[in-house]
Structures are given as structure tokens and as C-alpha cells.
Design a protein around this ligand. Sequence first.
Ligand code: TRP
Ligand code: SF4
Length: 346
Amino acid sequence: MADSAATISRPRVLSGMRPTGKLHLGNYMGALHNWVNLQNGGQYDCYFFIADWHALTTDYADPSNVLQNTKEVILDYLAAGLDPAQSVLFVQSHVPQHAELHLLLSMITSLGWLERVPSYKEQQENLVGKDLTTYGFLGYPLLQAADILIYQPKFVPVGQDQVAHVELTREVARRFNQYYKLDGRDVLPEPDSLLTPSPKLPGTDGRKMSKSYGNTILLSDPEPEVRRKLKTMVTDPARVRRTDPGDPDKCPVGDLHKVFSPHQTIEKVYAGCRTAGIGCIECKGWAADSLVQILNPIQQRRASYSDSDVQDVLKEGANRARARAEQTMVEVRAAMQLTPMPQAVR
Ligand code: TRP
Ligand code: SF4
């Protein structure tokens, strides 16, 4: 059991994703794959969750997809190799302590800090048609700070896009520790981002793979779908005719090969493309072969979990996360000199 008295306690890592629906290869290479490696390295006590409350900050007007998306993401976590026997896997809203810490941290967080987080203005401009002038949306990064600080983790493995949120988290922890101590000690250690270098992954249109561009290959796409999507993928624009040589370094299919194909294939691609010895259709077929190789074990694991297995995983995850979160809250409440709860209430 994570963090039980019987095990030597390891430093913790914590990360999460919003439930955006079935995950794609970009999510996998950008985050999930790194999480699985952290878990399997055995150095850390790992906590990974699904930020369903964060989904509501933008989707409050129509929350009808959040539940289904949460189920898809937990299945993708399991499919990718996150193992409930090794990591604590849970849903944010199952651990109400996150909301309590969010509230308490809101007392010491100045509006200016939140207004200056880059994603605040960016998202308001990008998500046209949604009214994001809400309290909940402004508080998005503070809720994230609570998600993080409540597990007192050493590291938060995230992509570059989340670094500003971890910075705010550190600022909030620093202010908390200045105001409140427990027996002279700090209660909320400042965590560090753990940026794992991840390869740039193009989608079928050559832009960064992203759900909002509609250019993704899903972890759960069956083989024929993967092959179909690869066929539509853009290539080096220099190869207009079959006899024109090309350059895999200027081709999104070439980028996929570099991430997913074995050495020999990559060599065949470079040699064949530059001499026009191979055609793009053949080359795309090889890229599809490589993707199918990666996706096969992921899809087999996905299929091995029944609905009731997932319910069990989430139940056990919620229990373990709550127990760990409550430990921190006991310290936080005491440091803030809140009235101790009478025994009978607890
Ligand atoms: N904001 C993150 C994202 O969009 C999701 C998230 C919420 C998160 N709480 C977190 C990530 C805590 C790491 C730690 O992907
Ligand atoms: Fe791209 Fe392959 Fe065609 Fe070269 S042969 S342009 S790498 S798809």
C-alpha cells in the first residue's frame, strides 16, 4: 500500500489530466508514457488522477460529456500501463479534500496572481462562445494548486504548457508557509515540475497532434482506422510525383517513423525517400505497422478491464487518495488554527 507505515515512504509524484475524451498518441507521448515510466521505476509513490472539476470550469453550461469522458480517460490510463497495484488512480471529485484546500488557499491568493497566469487570457480568447468570466474559471490554477499541494509531492510531471501552473502552486505554498506553521515547521513543501523531454508529434495534417485540430490518432483506434488515417496524412510537399525525391526530416510521416519505428525501418525510409526509391504509400504502410505494434498491447489491456473492474479501481483509488489527502488537511487545519472537530463528528 502506498505510504502505509509498513513501507518505507518514498517521495511522491502527482499529476492529472482533464477528461477530454479518448486519449490520442500526442497525450500518450507527451505525458502518459512518462507517468508509466515513473511508476515502473519504483522510486516514487505515484498519484494520477482525472480532473473532472477542472472540466466544469469551461463546460459548466453543458456537463453532459464529463462522465463518459472520465470513463474513457481512466480506461486509457489503465490501457497505457498505469497499474492500480502500483499507483493511486482516482477521480478528483471523489476526494472532496481538494475542494476544502482550494477554499482555504483562496484566502491567501491575490487576484493579480490568478489574472496574470497566461492561460487565463489565452483561453478566454480561444474558447469563443463560452462565458469564462466566472469565479471558477479564474480559480482554475488555484484548484490545480490544491490538487498538487494536498499530496505534498516532490515532483509534478507535466508538459511545458503546465509549468506556469506549477509556478503559481509554488507561490501559493510559499505564502501559506509564511503565514502558517505547525510546531514551527512548513506544512506545504514547494513541488518542482518534472519536465520529461517528449518528441514533437505531428497529427495527420502535419500540425501538432491535438484534439482541437481534429488530426489525432487515438490510443483506441482499431488497426483499419490507423491505416486509413495514415493514408490521409500529409507528406513532404517536395514529393509531388512518385519520382521526386523527398526528405523525411521535412515530412510528418518521417517524424512518426523517428518516434515509433525500429532502426532498420528508419534507415530504409531515409534511403528510399531521398532517392525516390520508395513511394509515400509504402512508407505510410510501414509507419502504420509501427503504430499498430505500439497500440496492440495498449488495446489488449483496454479490453481486459470490465466496467466493474474500473469501478473497483476508482473505489480503491478514492479511498487511498482520500486517506493521504486527509493527512495533509489535518496539518493544514491545525496550522490555520481552525476549531478542532469534536471526536464524535469525525
Ligand atoms: N491543468 C491540467 C491540464 O490541463 C490538469 C490538472 C489539473 C493537473 N490539476 C492538476 C495537472 C494537478 C497536474 C497536477 O492538463
Ligand atoms: Fe514522407 Fe515517407 Fe513520403 Fe518520404 S517517402 S515524403 S518520409 S511519406
